[in-house]
Design a protein around this ligand. Sequence first.
Ligand code: ASP
Length: 408
Amino acid sequence: MKKLSLVTKIFIGLIAGIVVGILMQSVPEVATTYIKPFGTLFLNLIKLIIVPLVLSSLIVGTCSLGDVKKLGRIGGKTMLYYLFTTAFAVTIGLVIANLSNVGAGFSIPTDAVVETTEAPSIVDTLLKIIPTNPFKAMVEGDMLQIIAFAIIFGAGIMGVGIEGKGKILFNFFDATADVMYKITATIMEFAPIGVFALMTPVIAVNGPAVLLPLLKLIVVVYAGCLIHAIFTYSTTVAVFAKISPIKFFKSISPAMLFAYTTASSSGTLPINMRCVEDNIGVSKSISSFVLPLGATVNMDGTAIYQGVCAFFIAQVYGVDLSISAQAVIILTATLASIGTAGVPGAGMIMLTLVLESVGLPLEGIALIAGVDRILDMARTVVNITGDAACSVIVAATEGELNREIANS
Ligand code: ASP
């Protein structure tokens, strides 16, 4: 019998999870008690590798870029693509929310619980990027700080010289990154079971009863995600990297499926790296720079979600959002998505920042909290797809794309 591919196996796990979840709707506590722990175990295994992987691969990625000029150029291209596509993503979210009247006809349930978190200010967020103590950042898993440290450290090794004194450090982190990939590959063998165990309780707990009243919001967020993925990524990948969009999406489909079930960009990072390197031919130095950065700062799906949700909450509370208020949303959602961690639910916390910027009631978050996981899964897929698209484009424009693999 032909061996099933990883994506097929994960897909089977996903479908099985949905079916079993539906069957267990009357006993959601059984799914949460007995099945969820296997999903959590799987997620923990993935999380275990994130900090060492991001640190080592970004250090290696940075110093293997060769010189500071190249680092600046690639860093510039990457950030430009990330910022531009994210701003475009919020815009798509707002346009489709306007056109569909996403919040119309929804009445505020009286039992809505107010549970919000104070959003940090933008200046604070920016200042906190540079860690005063890199070890503390690693212990606490502060990804933005780890990224900043890794890039600075990598640039330092480059300054000392990879062939000189820096060699031992380069080899050390290079080996560490390889070990992390190896561990990832082993953990991925269990992905179908992990995905099944993550999916079942989500469906069992959030059955149709919870979903129906907010169905329109879900459809609009999913539609926004789909439009952005198909339009923005297909076009940019085809134009800038000269790669067929079908080839692109097919190549990263295991990562997309994985992101859908785990709702974590960081957790999907190792598999995303494998997909773009092995299936599209992106060089290791580009993927290990662009992807860890993207998994933390580039969140197009989150931006779409924030745009749609801000509009939804405005409509539900009868607030008219002017064009200038919507422009403020585009700006804050772009910044908020940069500060969003690549973990489940982070985008909802950062939504408070967006709501605050235009004076919308934070209580609105309570309305969407019940279905947030369903929205989170879709936005995470878009988040990691944007990272992959950027890595392909940067690699292509730098001549670091293996055309034999890319055009096969
Ligand atoms: N879960 C998302 C991610 O990891 C972040 C979010 O909550 O929007 O990409």
